[in-house]
Write a protein that binds this ligand. Structure first.
Ligand SMILES: *Cc1c(COP(=O)(O)O)cnc(C)c1O
Length: 423
């Protein structure tokens, strides 16, 4: 055995970060650690495990599919789970969002959406429309092209600015005045812009920042007026997280392209989808081979992933997820509203099954370690983003578990507030 073999953790300074807690098994909303401790999961594994862990219906679907057809390449082949999933996603989405391109991760789904947008304009003989519009606090992935549309200053990719393509990162126009400024800006720059990317209603990884359906609607309609495509990145918000199956429903908008991943397979297997409308798809139809969408990944449309996603959609139909989201929203509002007046807390935001507490400043690395350790000692799992402590539990979390989770979070925030005031 080599002594140095290491699992290199994401976004972690390996010299100072806490060693990872080893999870032996999962169950409902619980993580069972090797050291015997049980944690109530407040994050649902980066927002994926919407039905809780190990839901028997999804487990069975994956097992059955593994015995029949675990995977085939999509170059020229397809399988019933992919066909069925494409049909079901199309049926759940508005307008002509019917054309489903599968991949294995959210970042790649966004890459594909950006490639579709660029090639859409090339195929329409407008290659100068090649820039993207995105928003401060936005997050769309960690691959190189998606890094170019993440928040360039507060995001995680500042280091790479020099090699990234230049895009237009604007502040979200959340007031009428800002919307007017945005409209003027768009009029001037639309000729060089392929598409705008937005996380509808909630910017997740950027700190659970929320905007209204009216703002989303206004942005979309301005883009449509000025021939700029709209890419809705619902990788975080999709599948009831914000209280509707998709966040775009609340603004009654139809984007040109929508990206889905995270909760798509109920937190079991990596799968993503980039779904386009008919005008986008039609722009690729031609006798000219060079107008075809030039993308394909080895494991795209993986049959186990598609089987898991189909089983997850069954559960949205057969189990009371909407009621559960509403109950979670009510409990989060009650649990966190008192924190608004606590020194050092600058905002409390709740939408659907998302509860966020914004602090006056980012936790220092040692405060972050302390925070996480105290959560684990208390029996919960919670991973703040810079200055935002949040929870996005499984939609199936039991009321008693949620109540324990939120009380514990409140306790940790109050402890931090005391330190903050004495500093
Ligand atoms: C997580 C996330 C991504 C990236 O997905 P990965 O599967 O981590 O590559 C992109 N956009 C949004 C909104 C996300 O939340």
């Amino acid at each position: 055995m080599k002594a140095n073999a290491t699992v290199w953790l994401p976004y972690a300074q390996m010299q100072t970060t806490l060693p990872p807690f080893e999870v032996q098994s999962t169950q409902g909303s619980k993580l069972l650690l090797k050291n015997g401790k049980t944690l109530i999961d407040g994050v649902a594994s980066w927002w994926t495990a919407c039905h809780g862990y190990n839901h028997p219906h999804i487990v069975k679907a994956i097992q059955e599919q593994a015995a029949v057809l675990p995977h085939v390449m999509m170059g020229g082949l397809v399988h019933p789970q992919a066909t069925r999933l494409a049909e079901r996603l199309a049926n759940l989405l508005p307008g002509t969002l019917d054309y489903v391109f599968f991949s294995e991760s959210g970042s790649v789904a966004v890459e594909i959406a950006m490639k579709m947008a660029l090639q859409f304009w090339m195929n329409h003989n407008q290659p100068n429309k090649h820039r993207f519009i995105c928003f401060e606090n936005g997050y769309h992935g960690d691959t190189f092209f998606t890094m170019s549309v993440c928040d360039p200053i507060d995001g995680m990719h500042r280091l790479f600015q020099r090699v990234l393509p230049k895009q237009h990162c604007l502040s979200l126009p959340t007031t009428d005045t800002l919307l007017e400024t945005f409209a003027t800006w768009l009029k001037k720059h639309a000729h060089e812009c392929a598409a705008l990317l937005i996380e509808p209603l909630v910017q997740g990884a950027g700190g659970m920042k929320m905007h209204s359906p009216q703002v989303l609607q206004a942005i979309t309609s301005l883009c449509q007026q000025h021939n700029v495509l709209v890419i809705a990145d619902e990788i975080f918000t999709g599948f009831l997280r914000t209280g509707t199956l998709f966040a775009i429903e609340q603004a009654k908008i139809i984007p040109d392209i929508i990206c889905l991943s995270k909760a798509l397979t109920g937190g079991t297997l990596p799968l993503a989808a980039t779904i386009a409308t008919k005008p986008i798809y039609d722009a690729f139809l031609s006798n000219d081979q060079s107008k075809a969408l030039m993308h394909g990944t080895t494991f795209m449309g993986n049959a186990l992933g598609c089987a898991a996603a189909n089983a997850s959609l069954d559960l949205f139909e057969s189990e009371p997820r909407l009621k559960q989201v509403h109950a979670i929203q009510t409990m989060l509002c009650e649990a966190f509203s008192n924190l608004e007046d606590v020194p050092g807390v600058t905002a409390v935001r709740v939408k659907g099954a998302i509860g966020a507490i914004e602090l006056a400043r980012a936790l220092t690395p040692s405060e972050m370690n302390r925070f996480k350790e105290q959560c684990v000692n208390d029996g919960i799992w919670c991973r703040p983003i810079q200055n935002v402590v949040y929870t996005t539990p499984a939609l199936t979390i039991e009321p008693a578990q949620l109540s324990y989770l939120t009380q514990s979070i409140v306790k940790q925030v109050l402890a931090w507030s005391t330190l903050f005031c004495h500093a």
